[in-house]
Ligand binder design. Structure first.
Ligand code: HEC
Length: 221
């Protein structure tokens, strides 16, 4: 790059930060009008749902639905289960957490937080016996460790399923069998240690085989 062409300094803050701060800015100017707003809401700027590493836990301590697990960060598990158990789908309520494997999660943020993803935030998690760390989080841009864009796959679900794929909601299938996801769930290192069954050990071995990059066949999605 020629020396006289210095890159322009980006002055806009990261997209959500600025949006997050609107309530605080307004409250600064209109202090009296905002006096009633909850302090937590004003200080985090995140709305009601505060998703951080502590929002995630041993997957098998969440609530089991078919082959996956759900939670609700606002304590409204019944509302989450009502949609998860519905034969006709519906919109998952704010605070819902869904996980198929310990390392990936979808969290339903406050209404209007991200219209493109219908307020789902996608997470890629690093888990160990010491707990959870958030490796990546975000909306339509999040790519998992295998190079796949969460949103790009989940948007294929028919509208009534609210971006939840399961096996028959319209998403292209992934090569993760029930035996494999079950084995990953049962061997989540954050859970109390149990012995790994021979079936789970075999499913994990097959999964490792599947994930091995194999020359020109390396997976791109
Ligand atoms: C290649 C496409 C693809 C990518 C990339 C992908 N998923 Fe999925 N995901 C699926 C499919 C298909 C299922 C359903 C699997 C099943 O139940 O058999 C699924 C299941 C899930 C589930 C359980 C609920 C459901 O939709 O069935 C969650 C939660 C989830 N994925 C989160 C994520 C997150 C977070 C990311 C990114 C970090 C991600 N996924 C990336 C295709 C994908």
């Amino acid at each position: 790059m020629p020396p006289y062409r210095r890159p322009r300094l980006r002055i806009e803050p990261p997209s959500n930060m600025w949006k997050d701060h609107i309530p605080a800015i307004l409250c600064g100017t209109l202090f009296l009008l905002c006096a009633g707003q909850s302090a937590a809401e004003a200080s985090t700027g995140e709305g009601k749902v505060r998703a951080d590493a502590k929002s995630f836990r041993c997957i098998t301590e969440m609530t089991h639905v078919r082959h996956f697990y759900v939670d609700n960060l606002l304590g409204d598990l019944d509302a989450t289960l009502a949609v998860a158990d519905s034969a006709t789908g519906g919109t998952y309520p704010t605070g819902s957490v869904i996980q198929l494997v310990p390392g990936e999660a979808m969290v339903k943020r406050d209404k209007g937080f991200n219209p493109v993803t219908h307020d789902w935030e996608f997470f890629e998690l690093d888990i160990s016996k010491d707990g959870t760390q958030i490796r990546k989080r975000g909306f339509a841009e999040v790519v998992n460790r295998f190079g796949g864009n969460c949103f790009g796959c989940h948007i294929q679900a028919r509208p009534q399923w609210d971006f939840v794929c399961e096996s028959d909601h319209g998403c292209a299938p992934i090569p993760l069998t029930r035996a494999m996801s079950g084995a990953l769930q049962r061997t989540d290192p954050r859970c109390k240690a149990t012995t790994v069954s021979p079936e789970d050990a075999e499913a994990l071995r097959q999964l490792n085989e599947l994930l091995k990059p194999s020359g020109s066949n390396a997976k791109t999605n």
